[in-house]
Design a protein around this ligand. Structure first.
Ligand code: DGL
Length: 259
């Protein structure tokens, strides 16, 4: 069984790809919706949340963990790899490798949360793959709350936020754009309309491709969705993104909620 962990809906972009690649895999999806957004928190807080959620998923019996959250991957991946008894895959390296293979003009933009941009994790990964790449990183803090409130790529509010955050990214003229926060692919059409011609890379999808290589056991294709707050709201928005009702969703307590 594979565990997928995000602060909320964003990890569904990885879930959808993993489900497509591995229809038999049993998956438990954890969205820490009670403590979302993660991207505005300090590295120390993100590490604490990640440790609690990772431990919880291991207790639920996962064989491997997909950290389908750019913010956790950027700020807490090493700690999770060291402390958890299962292999852990994050989104930074798979997305960076794909970007380095994709770009022709050598200019790569990274769109992510404030905490991810502050960490410098994408810049380090991209530079280690190809030191000649020019990189521009941009924090887009309103994207996560917009997506969590059900705003899609046609929403006026999304279009205004895209213009606000991406005007100077457009001037930088990247041919490759990493959506370094897994929520952003949900509004990727609005982003690609603003940056026409740029290839858009979904960090969650790339990480799902990477972990799918290890899902070799035949299982029965069951999915359990668990969230730490408002399961109905999560299931409503998840159903829109996944294109169908979701079953098997429930509320769980993690960290201090567990007392
Ligand atoms: N999906 C998370 C990420 O990839 C969103 C973080 C947040 O909750 O702000 O960074």
């Amino acid at each position: 069984m594979t565990g997928i962990y995000d602060s909320g809906l964003g990890g569904l972009t990885a879930y959808k790809e993993l489900r497509r690649l591995c229809p038999d895999e049993n998956i438990i999806y954890l969205g820490d919706t009670a403590r979302l957004p993660y991207g505005t928190k300090s590295a120390a807080t993100i590490k604490r949340y990640a440790a609690e959620c990772g431990k919880y998923l291991c207790e639920r019996g996962i064989d491997r963990l997909l950290v389908a959250c750019g913010t956790v991957s950027a700020n807490a991946l090493d700690e999770l790899c060291e402390s958890l008894p299962v292999p852990v895959t994050g989104v930074i390296l798979p997305a960076s490798e794909r970007a380095a293979k994709t770009t022709s003009n050598g200019r790569v933009a990274v769109l992510a949360t404030g905490a991810t941009v502050r960490s410098g994790a994408f810049e380090r990964a991209l530079a280690s793959i190809d030191g000649r790449l020019e990189i521009m990183s941009r924090a887009c803090p309103l994207f996560v709350p917009l997506v969590e409130n059900g705003e899609g790529p046609d929403s006026q509010m999304v279009k205004i936020a895209v213009e606000k955050y991406l005007s100077d990214v457009r001037d930088f003229d990247p041919d490759t754009v990493i959506l370094g926060c897994t929520h952003y692919p949900i509004i990727s059409r609005a982003i690609s309309e603003f940056l026409p011609g740029a290839k858009i890379i979904s960090s969650g999808e790339e990480a799902a491709k990477e972990i799918s290589r290890f899902c070799v056991k035949k299982e029965n294709g069951r999915t359990i969705f668990e969230v730490t707050d408002d399961p109905e709201g999560f299931s409503r928005n998840a159903a829109v993104f996944l294109g169908g009702e979701i079953e098997n969703y429930s509320l769980v307590g993690i960290g201090e909620q567990r007392l």
